[in-house]
Design a protein around this ligand. Structure first.
Ligand code: ZN
Length: 329
């Protein structure tokens, strides 16, 4: 059976790269993208990174099509040291628009982080998030938020963000609002096993529950590995985590949300479809993979492909058939 290439909807190509130590950023992101390709990934969404080196990576150089958000945006001292573009609240809307215009696709805000007391705290006021979302949308791009706590999740929903990354503190009212407004969830479950023992990341143990709640409420749940925290190329493990979390297993194509949300065959919500930077509904760079069975019948169909068709294979669409780039100037 032929199935489309997979999508890792949350991977940081500049981090955990298999490139040699000291390699320049452009080499690091391409080495990571190749590792993703080897795992059957044909599209990557990068919700932030330490630099903008991932912009422009794609099938023209035999790599997965990549949608990046440019640099992480966070207040000073409120993220991993040295990784983010540090921006005070007053400057966030302009910085988000700038990253969106530079990436041509997304901007990414770190919505909460651990404070000096060891507890999660919101990084920006709700009205600042709302203005950032407005400016990014006006530029034709999308905006994602790293949000663990219920307060940060709620602020991002109210601000009109397009995706919640991690979303561990999701409540019933949150998932209902996300479903209604077409806000996606990328729960990044595969990082839980490696980080569950570390401080406040203990809360990650709740992530599978949040993912199941969201799926049951009709939220678009996407498979993203948070590669950078873990090695690149683990999307099949993430799909398995989503299925083990109890996301519904479909009986027909398109298959279960976990797999649908990880393949080119997936469909974004109506609101998401209005814009063009989701790695979905694309037929332009979806070289198929040969699997031993129907993906609905067995997850082996995804985890153990027999053969993969490379992006440069003649069955790949010609560049002239690719859809236009994201609608951003
Ligand atoms: Zn991440």
């Amino acid at each position: 059976m032929l199935i489309p290439g997979l999508v890792d909807a949350h991977a940081h190509l500049g981090l955990a790269s298999p490139a040699p130590p000291g390699a320049p950023p452009e080499e690091r992101v391409r080495a990571s993208a190749r590792a993703q390709l080897d795992a059957g990934v044909l599209a990557i969404r990068e919700p932030g990174g330490p630099d903008r080196a991932s912009a422009g990576i794609g099938p023209h150089e035999g790599l997965p099509r990549t949608f990046t958000a440019g640099r992480f945006l966070t207040p000073p001292g409120s993220y991993f040291p040295g990784l983010a573009r540090e921006v005070a609240a007053a400057d966030l809307p302009a910085a988000a628009e700038e990253e969106a215009r530079a990436s041509g696709a997304w901007a990414k805000v770190i919505g909460d982080w651990v404070g000096p007391d060891g507890r999660l705290r919101a990084n920006y006021p709700a009205e600042v998030l709302a203005e950032a979302a407005r400016r990014v949308h006006a530029a034709g791009a999308r905006i994602a938020v790293h949000a663990i706590s219920a307060a940060a999740i709620e602020a991002a929903i109210e601000a009109g963000f397009d995706s919640i990354e991690h979303g561990i503190g999701l409540r019933d009212d949150h998932v209902a609002a996300m479903a209604t407004r077409g806000i996606a969830l990328v729960p990044t479950l595969v990082i839980t096993s490696s980080l569950r023992q570390v401080g406040w990341w203990m809360e990650l143990g709740l992530a599978p529950v949040a993912a199941r709640l969201a799926a049951e409420a009709g939220v678009l749940v996407l498979a993203g590995t948070d590669a950078g925290m873990v090695p690149h190329g683990m999307v099949r493990q993430e799909i398995r985590c989503l299925l083990e979390a109890g996301l519904p297993q479909g009986s027909r194509w398109p298959p279960a949300r976990g797999r649908r949300g990880a393949s080119w065959g997936c469909r974004a919500s109506r609101r998401a479809r209005r814009r063009t930077s989701w790695p979905t509904r694309t037929t332009h760079a979806a070289p198929p993979r040969c699997s031993p069975g129907h993906p609905c019948a067995s997850s082996t169909a995804v985890s153990s492909p027999r053969r993969r068709v490379e992006p440069s294979h003649p069955t790949s669409p010609r560049p002239g058939n690719w859809p236009p780039p994201p609608a951003i100037c």
